[in-house]
Write a protein that binds this ligand. Structure first.
Ligand SMILES: Nc1ncnc2c1ncn2[C@@H]1O[C@H](COP(=O)(O)OP(=O)(O)OP(=O)(O)O)[C@@H](O)[C@H]1O
Ligand SMILES: [Mg+2]
Length: 211
């Protein structure tokens, strides 16, 4: 049994494409296949790494790790809680994966947490006990901390109120303007309309075709 079949899709730099389809259509599975956490049984998943492409469908684990360090940021729907690490350190550690200095990593982390309206009193605390929306914002800050050319977003605004949704849309617009290729799932139709340059339709079980 396959979760996704017959999908053809291309995302360019400076572009945000939204996977669009009903629950169970395979949207999250596609993101996980591109990130290399789900196996792709046939076909190709080409992701640019520097001057060439890696086919994630047949890449070895070492190549997948390199791809995650250099090319792809993935914001999953939920934060995997890391106990006893403050949210500032969590975000700064993600920034340092880029190879930036400890000072710059902390600066990036502060900037992101501020833009995402995370109250300063929480920055030194581990996020385990934060509210759902606060944890989601830490998760987003973590995904945006490294500067990579491909960004995968799985319902990044699902548990956020209006003001925080706007903050995330701002961050997405900035990344797009910087030349990042973005593929996402946005459950809210208004958010999808605002953020996506194109929709990639996915039907249940049949996949979709787009160029
Ligand atoms: N081991 C499996 N093998 C094949 N298909 C599976 C397996 N586990 C789950 N599925 C199915 O894969 C399909 C795609 O799931 P996925 O999470 O990608 O959907 P989605 O489009 O992201 O849905 P939602 O909008 O609810 O998040 C679902 O119908 C799910 O039942
Ligand atoms: Mg999903």
């Amino acid at each position: 049994m396959s979760a996704v079949s017959n999908l053809s899709l291309k995302v360019r730099r400076n572009e945000c494409v939204a996977l669009d389809g009903p629950s169970g259509a395979g949207k999250s599975s596609v993101l996980k296949m591109i990130f290399g956490s789900y196996l792709t049984s046939s076909g190709r998943v080409l992701v640019r790494m520097q001057k060439s492409f890696i086919d994630v469908a047949c890449a070895n684990p070492r190549e997948i790790i390199e791809l995650r360090h250099r090319s792809i940021s993935y914001v999953s729907q939920f934060l995997r809680v890391i106990p006893r690490v403050s949210c500032l350190d969590l975000v700064a550690a993600a920034a340092r994966e880029d190879g930036c200095s400890a000072l710059e990593a902390e600066e990036r982390a502060r900037n992101l947490l501020e833009r995402l309206n995370l109250p300063g009193r929480l920055w030194t605390l581990p996020p385990a006990t934060f509210s759902g929306g606060e944890q989601q914002r830490v998760n987003i800050a973590r995904g945006f901390a490294p500067q990579r050319p491909v960004l995968l977003l799985d319902e990044p605004t699902a548990s956020l109120d209006r003001a925080n949704t706007e903050a995330v849309l701002d961050l997405i617009a900035d990344r797009k303007a910087q030349g990042v290729a973005i593929l996402g799932v946005f459950h809210d139709p208004d958010v999808r309309l605002r953020v996506a340059d194109r929709l990639a339709p996915m039907g249940r079980g049949e996949g979709a075709s787009d160029e």
